[in-house]
Write a protein that binds this ligand. Structure first.
Ligand SMILES: Nc1ncnc2c1ncn2[C@@H]1O[C@H](COP(=O)(O)OP(=O)(O)OP(=O)(O)O)[C@@H](O)[C@H]1O
Ligand code: SF4
Ligand SMILES: [Mg+2]
Length: 342
């Protein structure tokens, strides 16, 4: 983003989320910061359990686990969401912020037609007649590439294929023209062709609806194809963030480099989880004093161990990594890291 860019749509600063367990606080997400501008697609990537969904749910005020502690700041269109009352948050969700999930069955109630459910969403936020709402539902389904949208609107969720249900869920999410769409693994359950169509749809949202998208995925191939910027989360902490082209050309964190080294070809079968990297991320309470990736990092050396690296080290313009290597001038390339990580 150029320096004279307008204020971000979403400005997340030092967001931390801890859950209480057996009298202790478990720090699941620690001091995560990022921005998202209007019309931008940001890819949030990381291994299972790294805190991607918790980050997204915290942004939307959707964590109601007793004893949860959320700190930091989430400014959305200039409004602070951390600490905002549930009533106000509910008003924002489904109007200016919408979320889609991996499994569209969780978004739809099985006993009503998808059209009726999208109509209801529109009626809850706008003063329009049921007939007008249905017309809008049909247009939205058509925009999402659903063939015969009027007939699809009259179908029950279980009567649609996975790809059609996903399109219907995106239509429902977009029914109120949200400024921000949070998509949590929206294509993982779909086959390659449908996945490519859904990603196309996401890319088109910025032109058709002007929406910004936070796209959560475990698939670096999807990030490469779809996202302007990339944000890598490792064990609840930021590992790397920057423009996708820069992160992919010159990763600043060995974890990112290892992920890049294992991207399957876009036309081959897609992985259901991130490619395997030897070892496991540490549990939140067992994170080492220094870099959390150190036990798995073939570049780890004395400077990494005593304390976490400086929060983020500059790798390039708007490109930062939580690693000492860029400070030391050690270049990382996906191919070098691929050999080391194997
Ligand atoms: N309500 C909760 N209470 C306690 N711990 C939780 C809660 N929700 C999530 N966690 C823990 O937080 C960690 C991060 O979970 P999260 O679901 O955000 O991971 P993720 O990156 O989305 O993984 P995946 O790729 O599998 O979806 C996990 O260890 C999980 O067990
Ligand atoms: S700080 Fe050290 S251990 Fe951590 S990723 Fe960088 S080189 Fe590896
Ligand atoms: Mg998740």
């Amino acid at each position: 983003m150029p320096s004279n860019a307008p204020a971000p749509l979403l400005d997340v600063r030092e967001l931390s989320v801890s859950f209480r367990s057996r009298g202790r606080m478990i720090p699941v997400v620690e001091r995560v910061s990022f921005t998202l501008h209007e019309g931008e697609i940001l890819g949030l990537v990381g291994e299972s359990g790294s805190g991607k969904s918790v980050t997204a749910m915290a942004l939307m005020g959707l964590i109601d686990t007793p004893g949860v502690q959320i700190s930091g700041s989430v400014l959305f269109q200039g409004h602070e969401l951390v600490g905002m009352g549930q009533r106000q948050l509910r008003r924002l969700r489904g109007s200016r912020i919408a979320m889609i999930f991996q499994d569209p069955m969780t978004a739809f109630t099985p006993v009503y037609t998808v059209g009726w459910q999208i109509d209801e969403q529109i009626l809850a936020h706008e003063r329009v007649s049921r007939k007008q709402a249905r017309a809008r539902t049909i247009t939205l389904l058509g925009d999402m590439g659903v063939p015969d949208p009027a007939r699809t609107a009259d179908s029950y969720p279980h009567q649609l294929s996975g790809g059609m249900r996903q399109r219907a869920m995106i239509a429902m999410a977009l029914s109120c023209n949200p400024a921000l769409l949070i998509a949590d693994e929206p294509t993982t359950a779909l086959d390659v062709t449908v996945q490519a169509q859904i990603l196309d749809l996401m890319r088109n949202l910025r032109t058709t609806y002007g929406s910004a998208v936070l796209l959560i995925t475990h698939d670096m191939g999807v990030v490469a194809e779809t996202c302007d910027n990339t944000f890598v989360l490792y064990s609840g902490r930021m590992a790397e963030t920057g423009p996708t082209s820069a992160v992919f050309a010159r990763p600043g964190h060995p974890y990112t480099a290892a992920l890049l080294a294992s991207i399957p070809p876009m036309d081959g079968p897609r992985p259901h989880r991130l490619p395997a990297i030897a070892g496991l991320p540490p549990a939140p309470l067992e994170r080492p004093a220094g870099c959390a990736f150190a036990p798995r990092c073939s570049y780890a050396h004395a400077a990494c161990l005593p304390a976490p690296p400086p929060a983020l080290v500059r790798v390039g313009t708007a490109h930062q990594a939580a690693c000492v290597l860029p400070l030391e001038g050690t270049p990382l390339t996906p191919s070098v890291m691929g050999r080391d990580a194997a």
